[in-house]
Design a binder for this molecule. Structure first.
Ligand code: NAP
Length: 495
């Protein structure tokens, strides 16, 4: 179950949001009295309430907005209990002064906005001693390992416990709460009005993560990177799991470099069976692999990990996806399956994507030239693949048949930028932009206007995600659905 926190300054807005959420399927709402401007009219908020409620009135020191006296605050909480609300939230230091009455259940809570304390179990025991029906622990995750400590505590607790790690590192703990036995998790009314760092909206919880379908058997997948908030992979993979009836959930794991090793060790205990890997970890994960799949040979970078019986196996689906997309375009361009023996490919960029694509092009027989902004990095890549390099400023000196952009130039929000001037594009060229947000980058618009054949980053993204889906589930991926979801996600913002 999801408890949606409603924080509005006016009674009528709080009541309207509560009704709206219940119409959308919410079963429990937290009414944040500390957000109400002026005197709180409890009876008005509770009369004909459309769902059970948690009444919370948070002080400033606990991250709330209540500015009245402590006596007034506690009086409000006592009045809520007298009105027979379903749940009341009592911070542990006042829980002893407010007694149990009627049917109201007591949520004994503690918030820590700085850390997830080392003595979590002791704190939990202290909260339980205050006649708790439910314990709520909300602490800040400073490292991904905090999620595991919190969720293991939730699972082991005899008293139902809502244990949540705040911050974007802690987001997985919110989505996995039910899997580890929490009675509910918290979400907000709207993703732009979060009340705690890392909180998701009710719509994100239900429409992307299908929270209420997650149970103790749900298999966990996700994408590991830093940053990760922008990733569209959760939308695409969760939609595919749902369509194919797979009991699995796909999460965003923000893991800073220094915590990658610990995170990969923790992964099986979190229920993780597979991961997508993105910037900056594609090469760093190699150290933790038990085995590299053939798809990685020559690339030394993994974008997919599978966890099997204590082993971690690395795969690379970027490479195959890029080549499949390119091959399709070349076949269209030439009217037949084309060989690349006498083709020159200019690869812009010298990072992970450039490495995978340049390697594939080389294997298909193309003459590859790498143009990199940082000459040493481009040279290193060229040396490893035994291909040529040109300085970034001299990239127009190459007359390529195939141009591949493997830099982020042109990516949202810098949509007016292009890594290659329009006047150097010729109709005989195939232009492949790996950037997928937006789908129609300026480079591709220019290429179309010059009658070039184009390959979009969306095509590559969908293909690599489909290959990952197959690795994860051994089932064919619903590629059309995944493409639709991706295209909708990179359209006007919805969440
Ligand atoms: P990466 O490892 O960080 O490499 C980025 C490369 O771009 C580096 O060589 C970097 O130069 C260069 N670069 C960055 N900004 C530049 C600028 N303003 N001008 C010139 N060069 C610049 O990243 P990656 O993983 O290879 O990803 C690169 C792009 O590929 C991203 O846009 C990503 O969206 C796209 N991609 C798409 C897919 C897909 O499925 N469609 C999959 C993977 C990646 P330095 O060497 O100087 O740092």
């Amino acid at each position: 179950m999801i408890c949606v926190s409603i924080a509005r300054g006016r009674h009528r807005h709080m009541i309207a949001e509560h009704r709206h959420l219940v119409q959308q399927g919410a079963q429990l709402a937290e009414l944040r009295l500390d957000y109400i401007n002026g005197e709180v009219n409890l009876k008005r908020l509770l009369l004909d309430r459309p769902s059970p409620v948690v009444i919370t009135c948070r002080r400033e020191r606990d991250g709330g907005k209540f500015t009245g006296s402590e006596d007034q605050r506690q009086m409000l909480l006592r009045s809520a209990i007298a009105e027979g609300v379903e749940y009341v939230d009592l911070e542990d230091d006042i829980a002893g002064t407010i007694g149990r009455y009627g049917k109201t259940k007591r949520i004994i809570s503690l918030h820590d906005y700085r850390k997830t304390p080392d003595d979590l179990a002791d704190i939990h025991a202290r909260l339980a001693s205050h006649d708790a029906d439910i314990i709520k622990l909300a602490t800040t995750a400073n490292q991904p390992h905090d999620n595991l400590r919190m969720l293991q505590l939730v699972r082991a607790s005899k008293v139902p416990t809502v244990g949540i790690c705040m911050g974007d590192i802690g987001t997985p703990s919110r989505i996995l709460a039910g899997r580890f036995g929490a009675p509910f998790t918290f979400a907000t009314f709207h993703h732009e009005r979060t009340l705690a760092p890392g909180q998701l909206s009710f719509q994100q919880m239900t429409e992307i993560y299908h929270y209420d379908r997650i149970d103790s058997n749900t298999v966990v997948y996700g994408v590991v990177g830093d940053p990760i908030g922008h990733s569209l992979s959760p939308m695409v993979h969760n939609a595919a799991f749902r369509r194919m009836g797979v009991n699995a959930v796909y999460l965003p794991f923000r893991v800073p470099r220094e915590h990658l090793s610990q995170f990969l060790e923790d992964a099986p205990a979190l229920g993780i069976k597979g991961l997508s890997v993105t910037i900056p970890h594609k090469e760093a994960v190699l150290k933790k692999l038990t085995r590299m799949d053939d798809s990685m040979s020559g690339i030394a970078a993994a974008n997919t990990l599978l966890f099997e019986d204590g082993k971690i196996v690395g795969h690379n689906t970027d490479h195959q996806a890029a080549l499949d997309s390119l091959e399709l375009a070349l076949t269209e361009h030439h009217g037949r399956k084309a060989a690349l023996d006498n083709q020159t490919a200019l690869v812009l960029g010298a990072g992970g994507a450039a490495k995978a694509i340049a390697y594939g092009l080389k294997r298909m027989g193309a003459t590859v030239v790498v143009a990199g902004r940082t000459p040493q990095r481009a040279q290193q890549l060229a040396d490893s693949l035994k291909c040529k390099t040109v300085e970034w400023a001299n990239r127009y000196s190459v007359q390529p048949d195939i141009l591949v952009n493997c830099t982020p130039v042109g990516m949202h929000p810098n949509v007016d930028a292009t890594p290659y001037d329009k006047h150097h594009l010729r109709p005989s060229m195939v232009v492949f932009d790996t950037v997928y947000n937006p789908e129609n980058t300026l480079l591709l618009k220019d290429a179309r206007s010059q009658s070039c054949t184009v390959v979009t980053g969306v095509e590559m993204f969908v293909r690599q995600a489909c290959l990952q889906f197959k690795e994860f589930t051994s089932q064919e991926a619903p590629s059309d659905l995944m493409r639709d979801v991706l295209k909708r996600a990179i359209g006007p913002a919805k969440y």
